[in-house]
Design a protein around this ligand. Structure first.
Ligand code: PLP
Length: 407
């Protein structure tokens, strides 16, 4: 399927209502304006769209199927369907926007893609796209994360990317962002900063949304073919919010479709630093170049956040989600670590599908909806596969679920 990008928002300045925009230093604004201009041409250029559609089909393996989760449905009493983004090449939805960003960089004559990565998922997807399109790739990563996420570091290096350690401060994601940003500012002409979600200054929230909207466009058509109707409820997890917005976009005008975005409630919603429920508990503010809900202290500095899913622990959220919350179009809810790990094992053992811990938040919300007697069908976006999480889960929760240590 070819994606077309004709959405009413954001406006020309990159605002979704009052959210989004571009709050960055003037010298960077010039470079970002150029990206914006070229992208505006690309999103209407049949050659660009054809090349992307070709890669989605032949490289990523799209369309990803929809699977009716019969056993899960029977147990909890509602029809639950999965959009299988976990079956994409590299195992998650991130490849959808990394390929788009890589094609844009090539079109602009850039030589190198740079980005930060936390757990390494964005880094691996971007290194993959860079290898395919023929660009250099520098991935900035905290020294602590480099040790923790060793397999992803190895993958990136095999793919030909440079992994550069951020060695200051707490040596994790925030420091990696600082380091990548500093490197980008030194040479914004030959490099493109490939943002990993629907966040950052305009045009990134729009651009990443456009690239991810293939998920909902496919799903809407597939679901109608399978069942003869639209889903009654759709569900996706929200970190920065790219897989969610990708799923939601095609259904926003279908007033009868209830939409749920799932944030991480972590270990506790009432304790600071123990969750990352930005839309549930945050308030509007500006960080990383855009305005959105954020978890912030009195000084407006980002608060520390936590989730069992490292892909979801971000103190802000894509500006379009803030807009959709205020409009009341999307219900934002929070799911705890414990509910998530339960759902992780339920899907694994009832359906033979090991989900990413991020995606397991959406599975848990679908189970909650079913248990509460929600009307009609539920389509959830299974954003990624859980291979990356298996050691962590068994080490921390194995005993609870009947897995004794193998050593
Ligand atoms: C990175 C990641 C997420 C969170 O990112 P979004 O931009 O919110 O989609 C969710 N699921 C998986 C599998 C991820 O790798």
């Amino acid at each position: 399927m070819k994606n077309t990008f004709d959405h009413p928002l954001p406006n020309a300045q990159g605002f979704f209502g009052e959210y989004g925009g571009s709050f960055i230093p003037p010298q960077l604004q010039q470079v970002i304006d150029e990206i914006s201009e070229v992208y505006q041409t690309c999103r209407q250029d049949p050659d660009f769209l054809d090349e992307l559609a070709y890669l989605y089909k032949h490289f990523v393996g799209r369309p990803s199927p929809i699977f009716y989760a019969q056993n899960l449905s029977q147990k909890y009493g509602a029809d639950i369907y999965l959009k299988r983004e976990d079956l994409n090449h590299t195992g998650a939805h991130k490849i959808n926007h990394c390929l788009g960003e890589a094609l844009l960089a090539k079109r602009m004559g850039k030589k190198k893609l740079i980005a930060e990565t936390g757990a390494g998922q964005h880094g691996v997807a971007l290194a993959t796209a860079a290898a395919l399109v023929g660009l250099e790739c520098d991935i900035y990563m905290g020294e602590v994360d480099i040790k923790k996420e060793h397999p992803n570091v190895v993958r990136m290096r095999i793919l030909g990317a440079n992994v550069i350690a951020a060695t200051h401060g707490r040596k994790t994601l925030k420091e990696a962002v600082d380091a990548a940003f500093e490197a980008y500012l030194k040479d914004p002409v030959t490099q493109l900063y490939a943002i990993g979600s629907v966040v950052g200054p305009h045009p990134f929230p729009m651009m990443v949304r456009d690239f991810q909207s293939i998920i909902g466009n496919e799903a809407r058509e597939q679901f109608q073919q399978m069942t003869g109707a639209l889903p009654d409820n759709i569900v996706a997890c929200v970190g920065g919010g790219s897989n969610a917005v990708g799923m939601f976009t095609a259904f926003l005008d279908d007033a009868k479709v209830e939409i749920y975005g799932v944030e991480p409630a972590g270990r506790s919603l009432t304790e600071k630093g123990e969750h990352a429920a930005t839309l549930t508990l945050g308030k509007p503010g500006i960080m990383h170049g855009f305005k959105s809900y954020m978890l912030q202290d009195e000084q407006g500095e980002p608060e520390p956040v936590y989730s069992v899913a490292s892909g979801l622990d971000y103190p802000s959220v894509g500006p379009q989600h803030s807009y959709l919350k205020d409009q009341g179009r999307v219900n934002y809810v929070a799911i705890s670590d414990a509910q998530t790990i339960d759902a992780f094992f339920e899907l694994s053992r009832l359906e033979g599908i090991i989900p990413a811990i991020e995606s397991a938040h959406a599975v848990a919300q679908a189970i909650e909806l079913a248990k509460s007697g929600v009307k009609g069908s539920i389509l959830l976006n299974l954003s990624g596969r859980g291979d990356k999480d298996i050691d962590f889960v068994v080490e921390n929760y194995g005993q609870q679920y009947g897995i004794e240590s193998l050593l």
